[in-house]
Ligand binder design. Structure first.
Ligand SMILES: CC(=O)[C@@H](O)[C@H](O)COP(=O)(O)O
Length: 255
């Protein structure tokens, strides 16, 4: 079970809802992924205008927990304002804090992210900040009361996979709240590695929505995340410098 604040989920895949070729493919991808948490940019939605086109309109929203995100915010103040909008729409009291500090790399601004997260925790939101893979910043975010930490694997949409597995491992080792690897996942094996490292979940979007066959990729991601988790829980063997025979013959008499 993935527990975030008072919420519990059986799927450890969190899926983004943007950039699909069309809404039917989005719907099928979401369904086969088994994801229970869907994230969306509040700024992209006409949350108060039922008559306006809505990019979540094909989805049966009763089946999912919506995780609004503050994409588009460049300051803590903007992120807090977007979070208030999301809460006022009654969609969910969880918020993914995303405060981007650089438009070219889309890397998060650590100071504004920390400020926004701190304020939103105080206001009673369930706060999931998207952060870099900085180990000490992850610690600070947990200390101020964030309910999960979402370190990036690599820049959003880059599909480069996990650039610094050691940092992710340190973040995971020290965390008492769920760690959800977010952004930069390119392939199912990237997602599996995140889970093998001990992550509690993976949030991804582009790897599925931009795949040649998004529906198949959504299924592959589901299976990879399940396999990675299973592998982690099963406990990997130690790495050895030299070979160790798989079928030991010591003590056996060979005629
Ligand atoms: C949808 C969302 O929240 C993105 O900002 C997220 O970080 C996913 O990144 P990828 O598209 O690289 O998976």
């Amino acid at each position: 079970m993935l527990k975030i604040g008072s919420y519990e989920f059986s799927s450890r895949l969190l899926l983004g809802t943007g950039k699909y070729p069309d809404f039917d493919i989005q719907k099928q991808s979401v369904e086969v992924s088994g994801a229970e948490i869907l994230t969306f940019a509040v700024r992209r939605m006409n949350i108060f205008e039922a008559s306006q086109p809505n990019f979540l309109e094909k989805l049966d929203l009763k089946k999912y927990t919506l995780l609004p995100n503050t994409a588009g915010a460049k300051t803590a103040k903007e992120a807090v304002r977007i979070a208030h909008l999301a809460k006022a729409s009654g969609l969910c009291d969880m918020i993914k804090v995303e405060v981007i500090g650089c438009q070219k790399t889309l890397l998060p601004d650590p100071i504004e992210t920390l400020k926004a997260a701190e304020e939103l925790v105080k206001l009673g939101f369930i706060v999931l900040p998207y952060t870099s893979d900085d180990v000490l910043l992850a610690k600070r975010l947990e200390e101020i009361g964030c309910h999960a930490i979402m370190p990036g694997a690599s820049p959003i949409g880059s599909g480069q996979g996990i650039l610094n597995p050691l940092n992710l491992r340190f973040i995971i080792e020290q965390a008492q709240v769920p760690v959800i690897v977010d952004a930069g996942i390119g392939t199912p094996s990237d997602a599996a590695i995140a889970m093998e490292l001990g992550a509690d979940g993976v949030l991804l979007n582009t790897a599925v929505s931009g795949a040649k066959d998004p529906v198949r990729m959504a299924k592959a991601m589901k299976l990879a995340i399940e396999a990675g988790r299973l592998g982690h829980d099963a406990g990997r063997i130690a790495k050895n410098e030299y070979a160790i025979a798989s079928s030991p013959i010591e003590g056996m008499s060979i005629g």
